[in-house]
Design a protein around this ligand. Structure first.
Ligand code: URP
Ligand code: ZN
Ligand code: ZN
Length: 465
């Protein structure tokens, strides 16, 4: 199958030009002006932008958490992501207590088997570091897993201590894998939560009150210092606030290999959303919690200036009815997480590019190119170039779409951005040369997503991102 995309505006992280793109099989094979190649389908892309498919490097599909299971699996989550212009994601494979890393990976592969509809990779979240597991860390590279994750919060569940964090960083300083951290001080949060419960504070807003930004800043700085001593690069996930950003910025200014993302929701909501009437605030319970309007502006500025390198979703959906309500009488029991895998590209385009905060090339860089570069997928993914996978989105900058649980494709009963009309949406979404979505309708084959075995990227070398 071949497709010739004619006269679109091609946008990469580096440039923007009017051109034609030829797709043959799964790859981009030619880029030029006024190409005359015969193709099975020719698409007139005048007025459309030709951008690389979005890459979301922070998702939790079909994951056990908070006494329940995240609501999207590898089929429903993938179909939803494709509708929003995301063609690749990297999911967090959780090591269960007592499991080897190999067993954890087998379990996550089984979740994706026969369901995956877009391309995907895995980060491995270590929750139980025995000596055997520490020895096993380099071996997962051969299985295409080049990034690990450690939780510095969720005490008694996923949290690891500094000994574990430092041991893993010391191992990856040699192996070259990238350690990612959920940076919040889980011990202090635990004390604050117990105090709040003892005082009979039950409502969702207490989720934010018991996770102040200082505890994210402290953990971020601690992780960076431990990584520095170990001699390993570090990636901070879902950074939410100025306090934490200053830690990453200071490290980067010293030339240290520290990287960070934020997530869409932190740009649009604040802790006040947790105080919505009734139990509505539970929809906005995620960790770290939503912050302030000032933090939102700081995050937008950091995305524009490369103080933050990428934007993900932390897609971890739980239904309002039947899952979020596990915490009706105790805010600590509300499953942490929110949906967004379908909405990211549209929300960031609308408020970022249309809103004058980001250039269109920077939009491509933070939603696709940098994630691909940092996580070992570039240039196969994350750009429009000859030889790259034909993961292409024809983006209509004039299309209007109203985001709603009534029309979205995520398997969850609410949409964070309910009722918001955005301008700018995918007209066509292609994965490895196959059209998956046209005019917001799924038209491709399901269950043909590929696992992406990733390569080690030496992030200690200057200039990667
Ligand atoms: O609240 C969140 N973020 N849930 C998903 C797990 C995590 O911490 O990333
Ligand atoms: Zn987290
Ligand atoms: Zn997460």
């Amino acid at each position: 199958m071949s497709i010739l995309i004619k006269s679109g505006t091609v946008i990469t992280a580096a440039e923007k030009y009017t051109g034609d793109v030829l797709v043959e099989g799964e790859k981009i094979t030619k880029i030029g002006v006024a190409l005359t190649d015969r193709a099975d389908e020719t698409i007139d892309a005048r007025g459309l932008l030709v951008i690389p498919g979005g890459i979301d490097v922070h998702t939790h599909l079909d994951m056990p958490f908070g006494g329940t299971q995240s609501a999207d699996d590898f089929e429903t989550g993938h179909v939803a992501a494709l509708h929003g212009g995301t063609t690749t994601h990297i999911d967090f494979c959780l090591q269960g207590k007592g499991q080897s890393l190999a067993q954890a990976l087998d379990g996550w592969h089984a979740k994706a088997e026969g369901k995956a509809t877009m391309d995907y990779g895995f980060h491995l979240a270590i929750t139980d570091l025995t000596e055997a597991v520490q020895r096993e860390i380099p071996s997962v590279i051969a299985r295409g897993v080049t990034s690990l994750k450690l939780f510095m919060a969720y005490k008694g569940v996923l949290q690891v201590d500094d000994t574990t964090l430092f041991k893993v960083l010391s191992t990856t300083a040699e192996s070259g894998q990238l350690v990612m951290v959920h940076a919040e001080n889980g011990d202090a949060i635990d004390v604050l939560q117990k105090r709040a419960r003892a005082a009979s504070h039950k409502s969702p807003k207490w989720h934010a009150y018991t996770r102040p930004p200082e505890l994210e800043g402290e953990a971020t700085g601690r992780a960076i210092r431990l990584a520095t001593v170990a001699g390993a690069p570090l990636f901070v996930v879902h950074l939410t606030c100025e306090d934490a950003l200053l830690q990453v910025k200071a490290a980067r200014e010293k030339g240290l290999p520290a990287f960070a993302e934020t997530c869409t929701q932190y740009l649009f909501f604040t802790h006040e959303d947790l105080a919505r009437p009734g139990f509505e605030g539970a929809k906005f319970v995620m960790s770290p919690p939503l912050r302030t309007v000032r933090d939102q502006e700081v995050l937008w500025g950091a995305l524009a200036r490369n103080d933050l390198q990428s934007i993900s979703t932390d897609h971890c959906p739980f239904n309002y009815a039947g899952q979020k309500d596990l915490g009706k009488d105790d805010f600590t029991k509300i499953p942490n997480g929110c949906p967004g895998i379908e909405d990211r590209m549209m929300m960031v385009w609308d408020a970022g590019v249309r809103g004058g905060r980001l250039t269109d090339t920077r939009f491509v860089e933070i939603t696709a190119t940098n994630p691909a570069k940092i996580f070992g997928l570039y240039p196969r993914k994350g750009t429009i170039a000859v030889g790259s996978d034909a993961d292409i989105v024809l983006w209509d900058p004039k299309a209007e779409r109203t985001l709603s649980a009534k029309t979205h494709h995520m398997r969850v009963d609410y949409n964070l951005y309910e009722g918001r009309t955005v301008v700018g949406a995918p007209k066509l979404v292609m994965l490895r040369g196959e059209v998956k979505v046209r005019d917001n309708r799924f038209v491709g084959a399901k269950n043909k997503g590929a696992f992406l075995a990733r390569e080690i990227v030496r992030l200690d070398k200057a200039g990667v991102v």
